[in-house]
Design a protein around this ligand. Structure first.
Ligand code: NAD
Length: 486
């Protein structure tokens, strides 16, 4: 296995990054591009030994990193952001080759945002303070102590973006990190290790191990030296991780799947509502937050559908490197098979495909809208994670809220309405970590982010991230000469 491969002109190291060194494994796994199915390279395939080595490196580096001043940690995180900004083009093309998402979004939106993730948490760290307060003459001082090595496990749909949502706050908080990227798109995590080293991050502060979750995951999440686990991925994996973390009661943050609704009321700007609905095909539908259940008020359903079909019909599907492409391929033949299975079962159960309903060229799935679906059917209740939306109608707010809340998930909800009072009334009743009104995907890192029910445990963002990655301590100091006389 070559230690370095060249991906669209960019050299990428295929080995792990442990304790400031590149480390190979005896075995490898194959990484294929969703664009043409071609083998990109053989990647080092870690197991328990690599997991233990990475946690040991993170544990050894922890005392010194935790003791590093806040301003120095912030300076280093800004240096990482500088490195990301210098390499936006390289990161963008490697990510697109590896996971098939649009090159233009990686260039203009995602990679600049990756740099922002580091800058935001570096700056937030410097403002993090609780005012001291007094109790019967005693001073209470609350401090944010770094918790220890953090294991961060991430999915393939937005690899570097989702990894750095965790890496940046974990490092800012003074923790050391073991990052395990998904096996279907591991490459940009390796580039991040290079960037962090070039920025001067000390050895062992950031470690990256690659491999199949089932082989390396348990050794990471059950390790007694790991003090935090943050996971983004599917519900079944989250259950396994929670079971494994239980041995040491390691605190967990879980960002999981969704089946979010888009509620379109008759008083909405229908063109805006249609734009919001079509946006749900972004990243070929492989977005946890996607509002895949479109709920439309009966009186405007026909007109909404007519405009939706016209707009979705104009979408260009194909090579994600082309500027004109709106929807690229899905990540893996297995994912494509899974999506097609959901659609075939829905059609067999009586659903009607308004558009799509079948595979497209190569590894693409045709943007699909299914109607005549029952609320308790699989297609309405389960996350597909592909370009497949369902359309149902409702009569009035009561039914809208009932349908919107009637799944096991609670990640997000989007409302299209021209009535601010209705937005407030309905929004307050929705079970969701984020509610968007007449907009979608606006995500400020200051805001709490996470899901309710099976969509997750905990919230990250701003101070909530530091709450998670730190051990909060209250130090109570008596006034000089004070004696407790009972
Ligand atoms: P997945 O659960 O299959 O894998 C996620 C990660 O977990 C991968 O790195 C994988 O290797 C690892 N893993 C697998 N088994 C493991 C184990 N036993 N122990 C430790 N790690 C293990 O998820 P996926 O298919 O990569 O991602 C898609 C899912 O992620 C969808 O459900 C989607 O909704 C969710 N997601 C959620 C958010 C969010 O913020 N809520 C964001 C993006 C994706």
């Amino acid at each position: 296995m070559p230690d370095k491969i060249v991906v669209a002109g960019v050299p990428v190291d295929t080995r792990h990054w442990i304790g400031g060194r590149r480390v190979a494994s005896g075995d490898t796994f194959a990484d294929h591009s969703p664009i043409d199915g071609r083998l990109i390279g053989e990647i080092a395939r870690g197991g328990p030994a690599e997991a233990r080595a990475a946690v040991a490196a993170a544990r050894d580096a922890f005392p010194s990193w935790a003791a590093t001043s806040r301003s120095e940690r912030a300076r280093l995180l800004h240096a990482v952001a500088d490195g990301v900004e210098k390499r936006i083009e390289e990161l963008a093309i490697v990510e697109t080759t590896d996971n098939g998402a649009l090159l233009r979004s990686h260039r203009r939106g995602v990679m600049p945002r990756v740099a922002h993730n580091f800058r935001f948490f570096a700056d937030w760290l410097l403002t993090l303070e609780h005012d001291d307060f007094e109790t019967r003459g005693h001073t209470n001082h609350v401090s944010w102590d770094p918790a220890g090595p953090a294991v961060l496990i991430t999915p393939w749909n937005a690899p570097l973006m989702l990894a750095t949502w965790k890496v940046a706050p974990a490092l800012a908080a003074g923790n050391t990190v073991v990052l395990k990227p998904a096996e279907w798109s591991p490459l940009t995590a390796s580039l991040l290790a290079d960037i962090a080293a070039e920025a001067g991050l000390p050895a062992g502060v950031l470690n990256v191990v690659q491999g199949y979750g089932a082989e390396i995951g348990d050794a990471l999440t059950s390790h007694p030296d790991v003090r935090r686990i943050s996971f983004t991925g599917s519900v079944p994996t989250a259950r396994r991780i929670a079971g494994s973390a239980a041995a040491n009661l390691t605190p967990l943050s879980l960002e999981l799947g969704g089946k979010s609704p888009l509620l379109v009321f008759a008083d909405a700007d229908l063109d805006l509502a249609v734009d919001l609905a079509v946006e749900q095909y972004d990243n070929a539908g492989q977005v946890c937050l996607a509002a895949t259940r479109i709920l439309v008020e009966e009186s405007v359903a026909e007109e909404f559908t007519r405009r939706f079909v016209a707009k979705a019909g104009a979408l260009v599907q194909g090579d994600p490197r082309d500027e004109a492409t709106d929807i690229g391929p899905n990540i893996h033949p297995r994912q494509l098979e899974k999506i097609d299975g959901f659609v075939r079962r829905a059609l067999a159960a009586g659903a009607r495909a308004v558009i799509g309903g079948q595979r497209g060229d190569g590894q693409c799935y045709a943007p699909t809208l299914l109607t005549d679906v029952a609320q308790d059917s699989e297609i309405v209740q389960e996350e597909v994670f592909g370009p497949v939306l369902t359309l149902q109608t409702f009569a009035g707010e009561e039914e809208a809220v009932r349908l919107a809340n009637d799944t096991r998930f609670g990640l997000a909800a989007t409302l299209a309405t021209g009535d601010p009072e209705r937005a407030a009334r309905v929004g307050a009743r929705l079970v969701a970590g984020t509610v968007w009104v007449n907009c979608f995907f606006v995500r400020d890192l200051q805001a709490p982010f996470g899901g309710s029910r099976l969509s997750g445990v905990g919230r990250e963002g701003g101070t909530w991230s530091f709450d998670f990655y730190c051990d909060l301590k209250n130090t109570v100091t008596a006034p000089k000469g004070w004696k407790d006389h009972g």
